[in-house]
Every structure is written in C-alpha cells, then in structure tokens.
Design a protein around this ligand. Structure first.
Ligand code: FAD
Length: 807
C-alpha cells in the first residue's frame, strides 16, 4: 500500500483534523490502536484550531473537567520531550479580576473549588493584581484570583506534536480526504464513504468542529452544534510589554488579554454574539477568517481601552474574526451517540477546545476502547440533548447567548432566555395562570415556583423567591400540593421476557407482582450508576419505567444495547403520551375521597393500581419524592387537565421544582446528575437496599469487588447551623482545615428550618466513615466557613413515619 493510499479497513476513523481529531488519534495510537486513521477534507488545523487564542485555564466547575485540563497541561508540557516537536507551551499563569461584589463571590467560589480539586489558586488584592499586570487600570478592581499553573500553547504546533506521536505508533493521516457518508447496518457504524473511496470501520470519532451537525446527520445522529463569530484584536508591539505576561481575565468587561509578539491580544465573549450558519461558512473554509466587524466589536473595544489605557496609542494589527462551534448548554459533546452504535462525538468545543483537547482526546479514546469514559463525564454526554435543540431555529437563537454566558457569573437559578418553550407539559396554561416562573430542563418548561410577578434578581444571597417556595413547601407539608412530573422519561418495557431482562439490567429484584412499584439502581459493569429509577409493574409482561427528565435517551440506548437477540422484550418511549401529577400532603387522603377515588387510600406504600377519576383511567402509585404522603397519578396526556381541575377544586395548590428540591434534600432522596453519577456505587450512596444479591444483574461482580476493597466515601446530609447561609452545592467540606469532600445538592430546608446539603465525604486521616454521624464540619461558601453537623439519616422524617403512617 502506498503511503497516501486509503486502507480498505480501519478500526477507528477519526473525522476532522483539528485539535480534537489530532488528540483522539494520538491517544488511540498510544493505547495501541495502531490502525486508526484520521481523515481531513482540507489540511490539518485548517478549521477553528489554527486561529485560536489558545489559552489554557485549568479551573472548571467539576473535578473531572478540571482534571481533563490538568491532563492537557501535563501533556502539552511533555510532548516535545516525547516527539521532538515543540507545542509552544508557555506557563505564565492567569489572573482573574473582579470589579463588583457578585463577581468577587463568583471567583471566591472558584478559588474554593480550585483548592478542593488540587489546582493552585490564590486570592490577591487589586494592588497585587496590578503588580502582576502593570498595564492594567486597577482603579475599579476590588480583588483577583491568581492561578500560576495556567498558560497557553501554539495550536498548530500542538497538533503537529500529537500527529507526530500518533504516526510514530502506526496511525495514518489523510488530508484532502473528505467524508461524504457514514455507512451503518442495524444502527451500527460499519464504514465511511470519502471523496477517495470507501473505508470499512468499526467506529468513527466525529471531530468536525462547527460542521458537526451536518456530519452527524450522515450517520443518523442528532448533533446540536452551531457556529458563532468569535473575535480578538491584535496590536503591533507595545513598548511597555517586555516578555510574556499572564493572561488577564476581566470577565465583568467580557474580555481576556495577553501579550502576542510584543503586542496585545484582546479577546472577548460579548453578551450577545453573532451566529453564523455553518453552510454559509462552507466546506472549503480552510485557514480562512470571517470579515472584521468593528461596529460589533466597538463596545468591547471601549471596555478594553478602559482596562488598558496603553491601547489608545497602540497600532492595530488586525481584528480577527474566526468561527467557533457552540452547543445549547455551553458544554461540549464527548461520547457515543444514542442513535448509532460506534458513532462517537468529540465536537462542539465552546471555545475551550485547545485547553481541554488533550484530556478530551484521552477520554474519548478511552471510551472508544473500553466502552465507557475514564470517569463520570455525564455533563458531556451527547445524549443529554433532546432532539428539539437540533433545529436550525433553536440553534440560531441559543448559540449567540451561549457565547455570551462564557464569562457570566454563575448565579443560582439563572435561565437561558433564548430557545425557550420548545416543549411544554399539558398543564402549561394552568401553570402560566398561576404565574409560574419557568425553568428549562431537557427542552421542557417546568415551573420553578409560582406567583412570580417580575423577573427575579439573581443573587448568591437568599433569593427573592425564598418565601414563595416556603409557602409551597408548607402547602405540601401541612395541606396538599400538586407537582407536575409530566416531564419524567417514561419507557414501556413489554414482552414475555420483560422480567428476566429487567432483572439483568436492574440491581433490585424486579420479579414482583403486578401492581408493585420498584425503586432500583441501573448499574454498569463497573458497579456504578448509569441511572436510578422507579419501575411500575403493570402486568406480568409490562413494566413502565419512570426515569429522570434528562435520562430518557441514555436509558433507551442502554436498554436497547443490552437486549439479547433471543430475548422477547421491546421498549417504547412513551414520555409524550402520558402526564404525571403528584398529589402530596396530609390532606391528600381527604382529596382522594372528594374526587371519588377513595380506593387510593387502600394502596400501600410502593403499590400501584388503576383507578377511575372523572371518567378517566389513572394509574395511581403511592410513593413520594418529597417525603409527604400522597400519590403519583399517571394518565393520558389529554386527560390531565380534568384530573388537575378536580384536585385543585378540592383544595390542593401547585408547587414547583424548588419546593420539590428542598423537600427531597431534607429527605435525602438522591438525584442522578447531582448526587449520583457513574463514579459512585450504591454503597457510597447508601442505597444497598435497592440491590438484590439473589439476582444476576449487570455490575454485581464489580459491586462485590468494590465492597471487598473497602468503601471510602459516603453521601450524607449536613445541616448548617447558620440559617442565613446559602449553600448551592459544589462547595468544599472540611474538618479542622482538611478537605473531606464536597456538597452535591443544597437548599434551605423549610421543614427543618435550616439550610441543608447533601455531601459526598471521603474517608481520610481526618474522618472514618463509621463515625460520620453527628460530626461537626465546615462548608466553604465563597471563602466563608459555615459550620454544620453531619446526619447519616434524612433530617426530615428520619424514621419514614409520614410515609408509613398512610399505608
Ligand atoms: C477567535 C477564537 C479564539 C479562541 N480561543 C481559544 C482559547 O483561548 N482557548 C481554547 O481552548 N480554545 C479557544 N478557541 C476554541 C478552539 O480554537 C476550538 O475549540 C478548537 O480549535 C476546536 O477544535 P476542533 O478540532 O473541534 O475543530 P476544528 O479545528 O474546526 O477542526 C474540525 C476539522 O474537521 C474538518 N472536517 C469537517 N467536516 C469534515 C468532513 N466531512 N470530512 C473530513 N473533515 C472534515 C474541518 O476541515 C476541520 O479541519 C478559540 C476559537 C476562536 C474562533
């Protein structure tokens, strides 16, 4: 075979030769996948990569994302030694300044997390910041955080080094070779068609940057990625700049700055960017830029002139306008698609592709080889997006907002303004008439709280909606409340082998009589959580799984992929067919009588039955996610309004997600994506009761091995002493100054009258898991230490009395 001749087969075809493609190829080769190839329709780095500002800032919102960038930093620093090719890595640190109180809280929260994640970061005064960046006007600066390990890299050099490393291990690269089709059989990738012929393969890694939406469609995969214009200004040399500077981030002014060839590079994440259709950019956009747009950049230029007065006399070299890819939630996509097996995504990098490319490439290569990511990366899972986000309209609206959020303060409760109302529950009009403030989850509009008259001011302090949520909790606790659970994912599992199949998929024993609800973990082969959900056995051959709102694609993919050919079982996503409302609170029993459904009161806890209310068939299940007595009532979508009206007329009032969240935390009901993830097993979560060792479920052996090795962390509750503290989750927990873990969810607990947090605490020299109960700990909330006491049981209704009392 000649050097540039395409092979007829490759185990993995990486599509796209930007930083992501190069990194994945390098890591596949490093893991001995020596027949992987990369296809690039133009030249390597010719997409977004070559013109990147290439800053590398380590600190991210989660440990696993932060670790990914730290991996990148280590890789970029050592690749030259391995390959002889420099990556242009310059480690000059970064400086984040604050010019208002909320930004200061934001960066203090980041600093606290940095320490927890093992990243060096240090609060410094405005004066010290100015010493580190003398060209800065620091008059309005009130503080800063200094991160010494950050730096920047040469994007093209970096790719050249990774390519050299990959080639040395047998990988091959073909430029001027575009992928024009993806071949699939039985929803599995079997090959690619290219401008130079067909290649059979076992998997593809789609690293096609801003062109990924169309490229995904070739394999039947929904890839909600769109592009925005992205600007930075470059000046000619400025006399005062001697040598390399740290990167200066002035997020309140939407700016970052650093030296470049003796001048300044001033980049921005302006509040509302300009979306641009990838088709308009075109396929041959190699090493090209978009036109300058000084009118659009002007507000940012004014901000820059304020921050760095020396810019006034600096000579402009160019205003660079390069396109970059954005997703609807500002995080990139890494992992296998739900639609097509062997179709992996590594795209939509949201302007951190260079910083995270090294770690992300390692993680995707690991996923391709081992079938799962190295750590929990569900924040990046491509299956987190509903298809409604893949419309041109939604993407055009959302992507400019996403670019603007890059430097926004992460206030709790912040909601996107664009691409709203993509999905509404059948009770949307009712919630609107109750003046609901809506939040968007998986495209759905869900009521956060009610009686909201004006746009609430976002804050890190006690929010404006505090009292309203308190009233909704009181309604559910003392009288009766209605929660809309219609957005839950619903999966009908039917067939003669439904029970045996589910007993393999679920850790709990699913062989229960019809009319039983079963709470179960769904574990992977490592014994950690893929999900948890409640299943209702409707008949011998029919279960309905009620899963988290955002989990439906993941669950459907998991079920489909684990079905054996011989098994007589099928799955149907019925989410849109049914509505669910939860009637919760001590007056539920009276209301059941008033709506002519007294039989509901005969149901025991975790029992389910069909009843008739107002002529409509209702599947009523006695369970509660809020720790109050009541039922979850499932009916056909079209019947829910009359059910709702009957219940409301009998005295129940609506309650929103914030009330539900506060109540579930007090009751220590754990939530996937917050408290539970693929790094945790039922042991750490305290959910062994949902594991039945008599069945042979996926993850059983790994779970036993985990126990054998010893469990080192535990999810607990922490009740804070100070009623005015506002924990939000993701805060470090320590004891005598030593970190022992972090909060995973938090809220004010209205029934206990104290702020409450769920926290994952890790056994170390400072604590023993057996001695957690009653332990005094400290939570670092934006640099302030708040004392709290550990509870290993729910802090509301610790004995389950409320729920048992109604059985
Ligand atoms: C102005 C600007 C500043 C930035 N600053 C930073 C920064 O400071 N730090 C940071 O981390 N990131 C930054 N970024 C973002 C970073 O540059 C990108 O996230 C990253 O380069 C994306 O890499 P990629 O591999 O995903 O995509 P790309 O580099 O765009 O590569 C995709 C490749 O796929 C090829 N392709 C597409 N379709 C096909 C097909 N069908 N067949 C074959 N090949 C195909 C394209 O030709 C292209 O080469 C910046 C971006 C911009 C625009």
């Amino acid at each position: 075979m000649k050097n540039n001749q395409l092979p007829s087969h490759a185990s993995v075809v990486v599509i796209g030769g930007g930083v992501m493609g190069c990194s994945i190829l390098y890591h596949l080769a490093k893991e001995n996948v020596s027949d992987a190839i990369l296809l690039e329709r133009n030249q390597l780095t010719s997409g977004s990569t070559w013109h990147s500002a290439a800053q590398v800032r380590a600190l991210r919102s989660t440990q696993n994302l932060t670790d990914m960038i730290r991996y990148s930093v280590d890789l970029y620093a050592q690749l030259e030694k391995e390959t002889g090719q420099s990556t242009g890595w310059i480690n000059k640190g970064s400086l984040s300044i604050a010019t208002n109180k909320d930004r200061m809280i934001h960066i203090k929260r980041q600093e606290a997390l940095a320490h927890l994640f093992g990243v060096r970061a240090q609060s410094i005064s405005a004066g010290e910041a100015k010493e580190r960046w003398p060209l800065m006007n620091a008059d309005d600066v009130i503080g800063a955080v200094w991160s010494p390990d950050d730096g920047r890299v040469g994007p093209s050099d970096l790719c050249a080094a990774m390519v050299k490393g990959a080639k040395a291990r047998g990988a091959k690269i073909f430029e001027e070779t575009g992928v024009t089709g993806i071949l699939t059989e039985n929803n599995k990738v079997v090959g690619v068609e290219t401008t130079r012929g067909t290649i059979r393969c076992d998997a593809v890694a789609l690293c096609t940057g801003l062109w990924s939406r169309k490229a995904g469609a070739m394999g039947g995969v929904s890839v909600p990625v769109w592009s925005c214009e992205h600007f930075y200004l470059m000046t000619h040399a400025i006399e005062e700049i001697k040598g390399n500077l740290p990167t200066l981030s002035d997020h309140d002014s939407h700016l970052y700055m650093r030296d470049e060839s003796g001048g300044l590079l001033v980049g921005c994440f302006e509040p509302m960017a300009k979306a641009i259709d990838p088709d308009q950019i075109g396929e041959n956009f190699a090493f090209q830029l978009l036109p300058e747009d000084w009118d659009h950049f002007e507000p940012m230029l004014l901000n820059a002139l304020h921050r760095v007065p020396a810019l006034e006399t600096a000579e402009v070299e160019m205003l660079l306008n390069g396109p970059e890819a954005f997703t609807p939630d500002g995080s990139f996509m890494l992992g296998e698609s739900s639609e097509t097996r062997g179709f992996y995504l590594g795209c939509g990098m949201n302007s951190i592709g260079i910083a995270i490319g090294g770690g992300a490439g390692m993680a995707l290569a690991h996923t391709i080889i081992h079938g799962h990511p190295p750590t929990d990366l569900s924040d990046l899972d491509p299956r987190r997006f509903p298809d409604c986000f893949n419309s041109v309209k939604a993407l055009c609206e959302r992507s400019p907002e996403i670019l603007g959020t890059h430097y926004e303060i992460t206030f709790p409760g912040r909601q996107h303004k664009s691409a709203r109302n993509l999905r509404q529950t059948p009770l949307h009009d009712q919630w609107t008439s109750h003046k609901a403030r809506f939040g968007q989850f998986y495209g759905w509009e869900r009521p956060l709280f009610f009686n909201s008259r004006t746009e609430p001011k976002l804050t890190f302090s006690r929010p404006e909606w505090f009292d309203q949520v308190g009233q909704e909790v009181e309604q559910a606790h003392k009288r009766a409340a209605i929660f809309d659970l219609s957005t839950f994912g619903k999966i009908e599992v039917t067939g003669a082998d439904a029970e045996t199949f589910l007993n393999r998929i679920c850790a709990n024993n699913m062989a229960r009589p019809a009319g039983r609800a079963i709470y179960t973990a769904m574990l992977n082969e490592r014994g950690t959580f893929e999900n948890d959900f409640t299943a209702i056995r409707l008949t011998d051959e029919h279960y309905r799984l009620l899963t988290g709102t955002g989990m439906i694609k993941r669950d459907m993919a998991w079920l489909t992929r684990h079905k054996k050919d011989s098994e007589r079982v099928s799955f149907h996503d019925s989410t849109e067919d049914f509505a669910i409302i939860a009637l919760m609170g001590p007056e539920s029993a009276r209301i059941a009588g008033e709506i002519n459904a007294p039989k509901l009161n005969d149901l025991g806890y975790f029992q389910s039955a069909v009843t008739n209310i107002g002529g409509n068939e209702i599947q009523a299940t006695r369970l509660s996610y809020v720790g109050e007595a009541g039922w979850e009532l499932t009916c056909r979508r079209e019947d829910v309004k009359s059910l709702y009206t009957a219940i409301e007329d009998a005295g129940a009032k609506p309650a929103g997600i914030y009330a539900q969240s506060s109540m579930r935390i007090e009751k220590k009901f754990l939530a996937i994506g917050h408290d539970l993830d693929a790094d945790l097993s039922p042991f750490e979560a305290g959910l062994e009761f949902a594991v039945d060792w008599q069945t042979d479920f996926i993850g059983r052996d790994a779970l036993l091995a985990r126990k054998e090795k010893g469990i080192e962390s535990s999810l607990v509750l922490i009740v804070l002493n100070d009623g005015n503290a506002v924990p939000l989750g993701n805060e470090p927990v320590s004891i005598s100054g030593k970190f022992i873990g972090k909060t995973t969810s938090a809220a004010f607990g209205y029934r206990t009258g104290k702020p409450v947090a769920i926290a994952l605490l890790k056994q170390n020299g400072a604590i023993k898991l057996a001695e957690l109960k009653g332990l005094e700990v400290e939570i670092n909330i934006a640099g302030e230490m708040f004392k709290g006491t550990v509870s290993t049981a729910p802090v509301f209704d610790p004995e389950g009395l409320v729920m048992r009392s109604v059985i």
